[in-house]
Design a protein around this ligand. Structure first.
Ligand SMILES: Cc1ncc(COP(=O)(O)O)c(C=O)c1O
Length: 456
């Protein structure tokens, strides 16, 4: 039999997946390390288990103990899985900017969650750092892993993430990019990779509103750099011990908006349904890669977590619009075009057996230049005014003949999710396009629809 003794043995050995569409303009190749394939759906499983096991070895966590941590959700999930496997209780403090989904997920795996205000300084007794410390002091036999300053965090990545990347790229990695929150992922992996090959370049991804980039570049901890931002998991207003600036060569900062847009593109264009900070990591990594990678270079980018936790945020169109994150670059789709139509929309068409004259009259009445030809519910062809005109000039009697004798090829069917830039491309070779709505009703899409969507 082949089985794992508990779910935590499934952590690690995540795949590298080539980025195709998004990295088209990059010389060399860009590979994503897809950490949502860990059982807790994030990179944090690795260090959570390591922190628990190291604490057991050091006698800091004893049977029946309670694990208390300030976590943005993912570390909590890893700790909760370790706690279930090993029989501990978990209490997590979280800031109220974290998504509700993240809190619900932690409660689902048996943890108690304490929600704390975001916009207070870390020293404030109400901050999620302070509340975690206080609970640790108050609850007997409790262990506070403190992912920020616990070096088991970096060690987990030094022992697993780094070696996996080295093994899976057969030592060909030239660039490594990862978001920096506690710093464990970046610094543990980069330290290992640089020990194998000192020429590996590491690029840390930071957010606007965080202190890391300026600190790396100037050595100054600038309080003016700190302001609230929304991306979850990366950037800090403190300098955690796990951030070892000596193994990070440079930082790229990414805005909440650019991260959100890139997150959605990762899902749509690469099939990687990932979390918001994955958009930050990829946006920053691609910006760096476009400017710096050469033919033959291999960049590995860590994508830390899964998209489900962000369904109410970056994957929600209304939320994106409310935050000013949707823009023209995000084209509408065939679905949007037909959704804007009246519910009593009926596609105009010519029936098999109908005369050419009758079909022309129909087109003139509704002011369109082409219509499909249908045989019961099947689209069998199309007619358009230019071609019919040429035929009639040749032989006026054609007007009394059946449309199917003179029809052209049927319009192309497209999917509901095709964006209007793609539809416009198809319309170069097709006078109109057809799409089935969710009720199976057929709609025609023409150049006029695209123009209206873009200009009106
Ligand atoms: C979603 C997400 N992305 C990125 C990170 C950053 O990883 P690290 O804390 O190892 O720097 C975290 C850390 O909390 C995270 O939760």
């Amino acid at each position: 039999m082949q089985y794992l003794n508990s779910i935590i043995e499934a952590v690690g050995n995540t795949p590298l997946v080539k980025i195709n569409n998004l990295a088209k303009d990059v010389k060399g190749i860009v590979l994503a390390k897809v950490e949502y394939l860990n059982p807790g759906n994030s990179v944090k499983d690795r260090m959570a288990i390591k922190m628990v096991e190291d604490a057991e070895k050091a006698g800091l966590l004893k049977p029946g103990g309670t694990i208390i941590e300030g976590t943005s959700g993912n570390t909590g999930m890893g700790l909760a899985l370790a706690a279930i496997a090993k029989g501990y209780r978990c209490i997590f403090t979280m800031s109220d900017k974290q998504s509700k989904e993240k809190m619900d997920i932690l409660r689902a795996v048996g943890a108690e969650v304490v929600v704390c205000p975001t916009n207070v300084s870390p020293e404030d007794p109400r901050s999620y750092y302070s509340v975690a410390r206080r609970l640790n002091a108050e609850i007997p036999n409790s262990f506070y892993p403190n992912q920020y300053d616990n070096m088991s965090n970096t060690a987990a990545h030094y022992e697993t993430t780094g070696p996996e990347i080295w093994r899976d790229t057969a030592g060909k990695i030239t660039h490594f990019a990862a978001g920096v929150g506690t710093g464990g992922t970046m610094c543990g992996s980069a330290k290992f990779l640089k020990e194998q090959n000192p020429n590996v370049v590491s690029v840390g991804i930071d957010t606007y509103g965080s202190v890391f980039k300026k600190y790396k570049e100037t050595g100054i901890f600038d309080e003016n750099e700190i302001y609230p931002y929304m991306t979850e998991g990366i950037g800090e207003d403190i300098l955690p011990k796990n951030v070892d600036f000596s193994v990070i060569d440079s930082f790229v900062k990414v805005t909440d908006k650019d991260a959100a847009i890139m997150t959605r593109r990762l899902a749509k264009e690469e099939g990687l349904f990932v979390g918001w900070s994955c958009g930050s990591a990829m946006a920053g990594a691609l910006e760096y890669a476009k400017a710096n990678l050469k033919e033959g270079d291999v960049m590995v980018v860590i994508l830390p977590d899964h998209g489900t936790r962000y369904l109410g945020k970056v994957y929600n169109n209304q939320w994106m619009e409310d935050h000013g994150f949707l823009e023209n670059r995000e084209f509408s789709t065939a679905r949007d075009l037909i959704a804007a139509r009246n519910t009593d929309y009926k596609m105009q068409f010519a029936k098999k057996g109908e005369t050419v004259a009758s079909a022309v009259k129909k087109m003139q009445e509704i002011g369109i230049s082409q219509i499909p030809v249908m045989d019961s519910d099947q689209v069998i062809g199309s007619i358009n005014d230019n071609e019919i005109l040429a035929l009639l000039l040749d032989n006026p009697l054609v007007a009394h003949e059946a449309v199917e004798i003179h029809m052209s090829k049927a319009f192309k069917f497209v999917g509901l999710d095709n964006t209007i830039d793609v539809l416009s491309g198809h319309l170069k070779e097709n006078r109109a396009l057809l799409v089935h709505d969710l009720d199976g009703k057929i709609h025609t899409i023409t150049q006029a629809d695209i123009l209206a969507a873009l200009a009106l």
